[in-house]
Design a binder for this molecule. Sequence first.
Ligand code: ADP
Ligand code: MG
Length: 365
Amino acid sequence: MMDAHLLEVKNLKKTYPIYGNMGKFFKPKKRMCAVDDMSFYIDEGETYGLVGESGCGKSTTGRTIVGLHKADSGSVLYGGKDLCGLSDREFRPLRGELQMVFQDTVSALNPRQRIGAILEETLKIHGVGDAKKRREKALEQAQIEFFAAASHELKTPITVIKGQLEGMLLGIGAYKDREKYLLRSLRVTQTLESMVYDLLTISRLQAGDPGFQTGKLDCASVIRKYLADTEDLVVGKDLQIECRFPDSVPVHANESLMEKVFSNLIGNAVKYAPPEAVVKITVREGQGSWQFSIENTGTHIPEEAIPKLFEAFYRVDTSRSRQTGGSGLGLYIVQKILQQHHSRCHVRNTQEGVAFFFELPQRQL
Ligand SMILES: Nc1ncnc2c1ncn2[C@@H]1O[C@H](COP(=O)(O)OP(=O)(O)O)[C@@H](O)[C@H]1O
Ligand SMILES: [Mg+2]
């Protein structure tokens, strides 16, 4: 004997009453046949698709199977039982096994609408097809957030300077030592100044300043110049600088922007490495590209901080950065500049320290 089907619908018929304009108080005038002599079966593990135009009785079939409607005739066999003959009470234990997922009218195809209108409606709901608008919205949101963060960051040093000046003018307690507090105010002013310069760079980058034109550039000489200009810092901290790069590293880039990339990355290594650490500046030749790496020993960046490192105003240790006077914009600027050059900066903790690296295509000088 063949196994019974999981669900078998046999000669199902379902009609609905059509009431006259006097409403349901009077006998229905006629009956409309929604499903007539419907038969099919579903075996275990099968998915059964019932296809037909709107009004052909698909939903009525479903509703009758799950017992929401009583069939006029025919049977629905499930697990050997005819569901059509069950009372509400007998049906109840089966409710967990037989369910109807109701049609979402918004995503369903309405035969009275043209296909373009149907698709447009769905796309509108899901925001698809309007990618430009969504990008604009996201950009607008990012700018609002950046502006709020910048105002907050600028406010902090201004409040500090204001407090120190007031303290000195009023001759309050420790502030009587004017020499000490004038020097502190000057230092905070320098932080403020470098932050404003960073903000100006960012706004010029965003505005696509025509002054940032690209051309042939030798990165080796940019690095050498930066190291010569900052020799004092390196000597003061007793750092060891290891340079491993060819005499010339030709790329196609903007000079002042690449100066910023190297000054920020080498500057960070020098600033955050402990005394007597090693700073390694390496450029390797890849396949048609240059692989830059700026590495320092003696520091590690917590893994959880790494994804946020290139965000604007992000510093790993705020108290320490306050001492070193960083704006938290350096790596953000580096990433923006490299993005403009179709590249990207990455960071990784190495065995001995931290390495920042990126790639640029090789160009003939
Ligand atoms: N070489 C490095 N070693 C350790 N920490 C670093 C290094 N470079 C950057 N950082 C961390 O990343 C943070 C963000 O760097 P950056 O954007 O240049 O801002 P900042 O103005 O604070 O230097 C720094 O505050 C520092 O905590
Ligand atoms: Mg920095």
